[in-house]
Design a binder for this molecule. Structure first.
Ligand code: 5GP
Ligand code: ZN
Length: 114
């Protein structure tokens, strides 16, 4: 969608530190990192939130997770450990309305999340 900040990153209209992309997904560094490694993996197709995922999105949803794994390996956190997270809606802490998987690592994570 025209007003979506992550669609603008996909379109190259605003800059991002892009680590990977293919026809379906893109990975870039979070602009406000909450850990030494803080990556975002997004579908290039605009989907507003994980609550909107449909059966036909099964392949892209899986690809987001598999890409997150590849990026965790590439960024060097796969052996020490890391976390993936997808926030959904207001109480889930979602602030950008385009699906994204956080990949966080390089420090000890806490549980439960805040
Ligand atoms: P959410 O809070 O929706 O789970 O995560 C949104 C994330 O996107 C936040 O961690 C925020 O720092 C990040 N973010 C917001 N705007 C931008 C941007 O323009 N560029 C990048 N690289 N990250 C962004
Ligand atoms: Zn979008």
């Amino acid at each position: 969608s025209m007003s979506c900040i992550f669609c603008k990153i996909v379109a190259g209209e605003i800059p991002a530190d892009i680590l990977y992309q293919d026809d379906d997904v893109m990975c870039f560094r979070d602009v406000a990192p909450q850990a030494p490694t803080h990556l975002l993996v997004i579908p290039k197709k605009h989907i507003g939130s994980i609550v909107e995922l449909e059966q036909s999105d099964t392949e892209i949803a899986g690809k987001i997770l598999v890409t997150a794994t590849k990026m965790a390996v590439q960024d060097g956190v796969s052996e020490s450990g890391y976390r993936v997270a997808m926030n959904c809606g207001d109480e889930g802490g979602q602030t950008v309305g385009h699906i994204h998987m956080h990949v966080l690592g390089g420090r000890q994570m806490g549980w439960p999340p805040g």
